[in-house]
Design a protein around this ligand. Structure first.
Ligand code: NAD
Ligand code: GLY
Length: 372
């Protein structure tokens, strides 16, 4: 039987849309979680052709034993599938099987499946019950919690979407065993982010536990994922629709999105770009007086130890500024950055482009210094 001794339960508090998050080894095999998560009747299990063969059949079979009827909807893998055409494939299946609003759509996969299936659930018959079963570290600590769902538009990532909260999130740390090391490191970037912006003590714990995390030790994983989800749940409960506080979750993302867009999406993983973006944002925070040089170096070291890049691509600063001007946080044409007020506390700030230029040029030069 599964080890449920280290299962944690959290709650995202959003009034009558509040929902549980269950975290631990073997959670996906727990009948009690599924019974609470699903509406009686049918389940549309949306996954992709990488995750499906690993986990969908076992889950479907178990649900059938518990008297649910399951239709598996398997999409191709990859960020390039997060578009209208593939979204429509989900609607085609829901329509063909005559799914009803009261039945449940389950997203089984990483952030791509979760975002796209979540948007499908938000739209289908104006909103059907939705459950997240994230299988990447990034999805377990970030994208499955908080209700942001979207597909990409050719002119912008995540531009078409909705806020639509799941009814429950099942986080089974066992699924991380099959995740590629690069994807695992990408997820660690978001974990490190929470320490930087919200919890200095958690940041110190991550420094001590990074080897255990890289070895994917279940107890360390459960602790890291639980604290990350707890912090994210607090932010989402306070500012569900990102009218203020929630923007701090984008620490490192403004620089990171510029790297992703400039290289072409998919060249660096999102988490890799965020890791490097946090290195830049840490230098910016130090220059603005929020953190010390020593704290800045601790962030750089932890990002590097997590297996993430710390030197940005060698482009002129003007290219970065142009790429960042499309950022969703820009206000009246001014780019806003998430910066640390201190270790474990963050705010957004409009910053002069001269300072950003210095930050970028120094980071690029640090790569030349070390021969990178
Ligand atoms: P992903 O979904 O593409 O997953 C990465 C790769 O790992 C894929 O090939 C996937 O099939 C595979 N995979 C997933 N689980 C696996 C497992 N257990 N074993 C083996 N392989 C597995 O990428 P991601 O990093 O999970 O998510 C990135 C997406 O999430 C982006 O589209 C991004 O925009 C979105 N995102 C959304 C939010 C949000 O709040 N909604 C937050 C952050 C990121
Ligand atoms: N990943 C950022 C957010 O959920 O707001």
């Amino acid at each position: 039987m599964q080890d449920i001794s280290i299962m944690k339960t959290l709650k995202v508090s959003l009034g009558d849309r509040s929902y549980p998050i269950w975290i631990g080894s073997g959670v996906n095999r727990l009948q009690s979680c599924w019974q609470e998560a699903l509406a009686p009747g049918r389940v549309a299990l949306v996954t992709n052709d990488r995750v499906g063969p690993l986990y969908a059949e076992a889950i479907a079979q178990q649900l059938r034993e518990w008297k649910f009827s399951v239709v598996v909807i398997q999409l191709p893998d990859g960020e390039q599938t997060k578009d209208w055409q593939h979204l429509n494939l989900i609607f085609d299946q829901l329509m063909a099987h005559r799914f009803e609003r009261g039945e449940t759509l389950v997203a089984l996969g990483g952030g791509v499946v979760g975002d796209m299936a979540g948007f499908a659930a938000a739209c289908y018959q104006r909103g059907m019950r939705f459950v997240q079963v994230p299988t990447t570290l990034l999805a377990q600590v970030d994208s499955s919690v908080g209700g942001k769902t979207a597909i990409n538009h050719p002119l912008g990532k995540n531009m078409i979407g909705a806020f639509y909260q799941p009814a429950a999130v099942l986080i089974d740390t066992d699924t991380l065993a099959t995740l590629a090391p690069r994807e695992f490191s990408a997820g660690l970037a978001e974990v490190i982010k929470y320490g930087c912006i919200l919890d200095a003590e958690f940041f110190s714990w991550l420094e001590q536990s990074i080897d255990a995390l890289l070895a994917r030790e279940p107890a360390a994983l459960t602790t890291a994922i639980t604290r990350s989800c707890e912090l994210k749940a607090q932010v989402v409960a306070a500012d569900e629709r990102e009218s203020g506080l929630r923007a701090i979750l984008n620490f490192g993302h403004t620089f990171g999105h510029a790297i992703e867009a400039g290289l072409g999406f998919g060249s660096w993983l999102h988490g890799e770009a965020v890791g490097c973006g946090m290195v830049l944002a840490a230098d910016l925070s130090r220059r603005l007086g929020g953190i010390t040089a020593e704290q800045q170096q601790r962030i750089v070291r932890l990002v590097a130890r997590a297996g993430l890049p710390v030197v940005p691509p060698k482009w002129p600063a003007a290219r970065y500024l142009e790429l960042m001007s499309h950022d969703k946080k820009a206000q009246s044409g001014r780019i806003r950055y998430v910066v640390l007020r201190s270790m474990g506390a963050a705010e957004t700030s409009a910053v002069e482009s001269e300072l950003i230029t210095e930050v970028i040029e120094k980071a690029i030069a640090s790569g030349s210094d070390s021969g990178a």
